[in-house]
Ligand binder design. Structure first.
Ligand code: SF4
Length: 385
C-alpha cells in the first residue's frame, strides 16, 4: 500500500466520534474544488477566528488495543488496520499542504503499546511537521488517554487546539461505554493539566505565543445518560477548565461491536445539545433555565431558547429600551451582535418599532412576542416579513 492509500484507509475509517470539527462547522461556499470535495479525507472546517479551511482529519494508526464498546477501531474487530510512522505521515501531509490540498490537520490515533507511547508518536509527528517541514497552519492534536503531564505540555507547544474525548459525562456512565478508560485519571486529568499550564506558564512559551484551545466530545445517548448529565459536565468544564466547546455525537451502532443492537440516537438530540451548550457558554443561561422534561432531556421539537421564552417571557415581555445585554440575549431572535447593536442604538434614540430592530440585525419576527418597544407590545408589521 502506498502512503496515499494508507491515508485513504485511515481517514475513511474515521467515524464521527473521532472527527468533531469536520462535521459541525461547514466551510463557506467556494472553499473546495469539486475534486477536493471528492477526497474522503479532506473536510471543511471553520476555525475559531471564522476562517474556513480544508482540514485533513485522520489517525496515525487504526490499530488499537482498547475495547471501547461503540468504536469501530476496538481491539479484535476484523478489518484492515493501517499505521503511519511519524516521518511518513508528516512528509505526506507536508506535500498535501504545499499543493494546497489541505490547510490544517486534525490528528488522532488508536492506542498501541499504551497511551504514553502512542502520545509520543503523535508528538514526534507534530514535531517533524512544525520543525522539519515548517508547517505553520492549523494543528489539532488529540491527547491520548493516560498521557503524562510533560506530554500535555509538549502538545500545547505544538498545537493550536488540544482535546481529550470524555465520551460520557461521568465515571459511572463511561463504564458503560469504555470499561477500560478511567474517567478521572486518564481523561479529565490531562484536560485539567492544560488549564493548569494556561494559568501558570506565560503564553509566549506555546505555539505562536498563544494558549491552545481545548475541546472534548461526548457520545450522546451511548450510555443512556440524560441531556442534563451531559450539560452539567459541559458547564463544569467551561467554567473550571475554560473548555472552548463540547462536541456531541449522537450514538449510532457499529456492526460487530458490543453495542451493535442498541438503537441509534435521533440526530436532532445532538442539535439540541449544541444549542443548549451555546446558551450556557455565550448567552448567560444557567442549567436551571433550560427546559428539561421530567426525564432530564431537552425537548427535541423545540429550540431550547424559544422554549425558555415561551415559559418565561410570553407574559412578561422584556423592554428593549431598558434591558441589559444579558437580558437582551435571552430573547429569541437576538444574538450577541444584535444585543450589542441594540445597546449602541439606544444611546442615540429610543427603539420604537420592529423595523428598527430588524435594521440592527435582529430576527424581529421571532423576537416580537417577547418584547416591549417603549412600553408597548411589538406590533407585527406584515410588510417587514
Ligand atoms: S481507545 Fe477506544 S475510542 Fe479510541 S480508538 Fe481505541 S477503541 Fe476506539
Amino acid at each position: 500500500m502506498n502512503a496515499l492509500d494508507t491515508l485513504m484507509d485511515l481517514s475513511s475509517q474515521m467515524t464521527l466520534e473521532h472527527a468533531e470539527e469536520a462535521r459541525t462547522e461547514p466551510a463557506k461556499p467556494g472553499c473546495f474544488t469539486p475534486k477536493e470535495q471528492r477526497a474522503a479525507f479532506i473536510h471543511p472546517a471553520q476555525l475559531p477566528n471564522g476562517k474556513s479551511i480544508k482540514l485533513l482529519k485522520t489517525l496515525l494508526s487504526s490499530a488499537c488495543e482498547r475495547d471501547c464498546f461503540y468504536c469501530p477501531f476496538r481491539a479484535g474487530r476484523d478489518f484492515r488496520r493501517a499505521t503511519f510512522k511519524p516521518d511518513e505521515f508528516s512528509g505526506l501531509f507536508s506535500k498535501m499542504n504545499q499543493s494546497g490540498m489541505a490547510e490544517g490537520v486534525f490528528l488522532s490515533s488508536g492506542i498501541a503499546g499504551g497511551g504514553i507511547r502512542t502520545m509520543d508518536k503523535l508528538l514526534d509527528t507534530a514535531d517533524i511537521l512544525r520543525k522539519k517541514h515548517g508547517f505553520k497552519g492549523y494543528l489539532h492534536l488529540k491527547i491520548m488517554p493516560g498521557s503524562e503531564k510533560d506530554q500535555v505540555y509538549h502538545a500545547m507547544q505544538l498545537a493550536d487546539r488540544v482535546s481529550v474525548n470524555l465520551e460520557a459525562p461521568s465515571t459511572e456512565r463511561l463504564a458503560r461505554l469504555a470499561p477500560h478508560k478511567i474517567f478521572l485519571e486518564e481523561l479529565l486529568r490531562p484536560l485539567r493539566w492544560v488549564e493548569e499550564f494556561r494559568r501558570t506558564v506565560p503564553a509566549y512559551k506555546f505555539w505562536k505565543g498563544k494558549y491552545p484551545s481545548t475541546v472534548t466530545q461526548f457520545v450522546a445517548g451511548g450510555s443512556d445518560e440524560s441531556d442534563l448529565e451531559l450539560l452539567q459536565t459541559t458547564q463544569w468544564l467551561m467554567k473550571n477548565i475554560r473548555l472552548k466547546r463540547a462536541y456531541f455525537s449522537a450514538f449510532h451502532p457499529i456492526h460487530d461491536t458490543p453495542l451493535e443492537n442498541k438503537t441509534a440516537v435521533n440526530p436532532m438530540r445532538e442539535h439540541r445539545l449544541y444549542q443548549a451548550s451555546f446558551l450556557l457558554r455565550d448567552y448567560g443561561f444557567e442549567l436551571e433555565d433550560l427546559p428539561f422534561a421530567s426525564d432530564e432531556n431537552l425537548p427535541l421539537h423545540t429550540d431550547p431558547k424559544l422554549a425558555w421564552a415561551q415559559m418565561n417571557l410570553i407574559h412578561a415581555p422584556i423592554e428593549i429600551n431598558k434591558a441589559d445585554k444579558r437580558e437582551l440575549m435571552k430573547i429569541p431572535g437576538i444574538g450577541i451582535k444584535g444585543a450589542e447593536a441594540i445597546l449602541s442604538a439606544r444611546n442615540v434614540s429610543k427603539l420604537r418599532d420592529l423595523s428598527a430592530l430588524k435594521k440592527l440585525g435582529v430576527i424581529a419576527k421571532r423576537a416580537a412576542p417577547y418584547v416591549l418597544l417603549d412600553g408597548r407590545r411589538a406590533a407585527i408589521q406584515s410588510f417587514m416579513f
